[in-house]
Design a protein around this ligand. Structure first.
Ligand code: ADP
Ligand code: MG
Ligand code: MG
Length: 251
C-alpha cells in the first residue's frame, strides 16, 4: 500500500504582475485505498496543487515536501513520478498530435512497467476497459485529446487510470462538463479502480455532484491556497447546503 505525504507545500507562479504565491502551506496525507475529495471555490489553487504534484514547470515549489512512500517526489522528473506510481489527470488535458490513444496507452504502460505488455493480454485489457467505459473501439485510433469532447477527455483519463494501475491518482475536475450519463460511467470507472486495486485517490472537484457516485472517505475544503477544514462525507453535504461563503470571510 502506498502513501502520499504533502507537507507544508508552498508554490508560486509567475504572472504579468509578478511572482504570486498560490499554495500557502498544504498538508495532506493520502494512503492507498483511501479517497480524498478536495473541494473549494474557483481560483483557490486546487489545480495548482495537482500541477505541483505533477511537476509542471510553471509552478515553482518554494517550500515543503511531497513524499511518495518516503521518496522525494519533488526531486523526480515527470517520467519518474509516473513510474513511481503517480497518475495525474489534468483539468485541461493537452492534445498529442499524431499519437493515437492506442499507441499513447501502450507507450505509457511500457514506460511505467519497464517492459512492454504482452500484446495478447494488452489488446484484451484495452478492449475490456473501453467496453467498461462504453467507448467506441474506433476511439483507440484517434489522436490523443484532438477534438475530444469534454466527456471523451474524461473517459480517456479513466481509461488511462484503469490500464496504468497507479498507486496514487490525482483527478482534477474529472466531473466537470459531464452530463449525468457520462458522470455515471466515469464514476463507475473510478469505483472499479478502487475495488480492483489499492489506489489512493485525490478527487479535486468544485461540485458535490460526483460525490454521490464516488464516495469519499475524507473531504477537505481548500481555500486560498491551503486546506481550511477537513472532515468525513458529511462535510460535502454541508458544503452543498451552505456553499463556501463561511470559509471566504477574511480569506
Ligand atoms: P482552482 O483550480 O482552485 O480553480 P487554480 O489553481 O487554477 O485554482 O488557480 C489558483 C490561482 O492561481 C488563480 O488566481 C489563478 O489565476 C492563478 N494561476 C494559476 N496558474 C496560473 C498561471 N499559470 N499564471 C498565472 N496565474 C495562475
Ligand atoms: Mg477552476
Ligand atoms: Mg482547477
Amino acid at each position: 500500500m502506498s502513501i502520499l505525504e504533502i507537507k507544508n507545500l508552498h508554490a508560486t507562479v509567475e504572472t504579468p504582475e509578478g511572482t504570486k504565491e498560490i499554495l500557502k502551506g498544504v498538508d495532506l496525507t493520502i494512503k492507498g485505498g483511501e479517497t480524498h475529495a478536495i473541494m473549494g471555490p474557483n481560483g483557490s489553487g486546487k489545480s495548482t496543487l495537482a500541477y505541483a504534484i505533477a511537476g509542471h514547470p510553471k509552478y515553482e515549489i518554494t517550500g515543503g515536501e511531497v513524499l511518495l512512500d518516503g521518496e522525494d517526489v519533488l526531486e523526480m522528473s515527470v517520467d519518474e513520478r509516473a513510474r513511481a506510481g503517480l497518475f495525474l489527470a489534468m483539468q485541461y488535458p493537452v492534445e498529442v498530435p499524431g499519437v493515437t490513444v492506442s499507441n499513447f496507452l501502450r507507450t505509457a504502460k511500457t514506460a511505467i512497467d519497464g517492459e512492454a505488455p504482452s500484446l495478447r493480454t494488452w489488446v484484451k485489457d484495452v478492449k475490456g476497459a473501453m467496453d467498461d467505459l462504453k467507448m467506441d473501439p474506433v476511439f483507440a485510433e484517434r489522436n490523443v485529446n484532438e477534438g475530444f469532447s469534454g466527456g471523451e477527455k474524461k473517459r480517456h483519463e479513466i481509461l488511462q487510470m484503469q490500464l496504468l494501475k497507479p498507486s496514487i491518482a490525482v483527478l482534477d475536475e474529472t466531473d466537470s462538463g459531464l452530463d449525468v450519463d457520462a458522470l455515471r460511467v466515469v464514476s463507475e470507472g473510478v469505483n472499479r479502480a478502487k475495488e480492483n486495486t489499492e489506489v489512493g485517490i485525490m478527487l479535486i472537484t468544485h461540485y458535490t455532484r460526483i460525490l454521490q457516485y464516488v464516495k469519499p472517505d475524507f473531504v477537505h475544503v481548500f481555500v486560498n491556497g491551503k486546506i481550511a477544514e477537513q472532515g468525513g462525507p458529511e462535510l460535502a453535504e454541508r458544503l452543498e447546503a451552505e456553499g463556501y461563503d463561511r470559509f471566504l470571510v477574511g480569506a
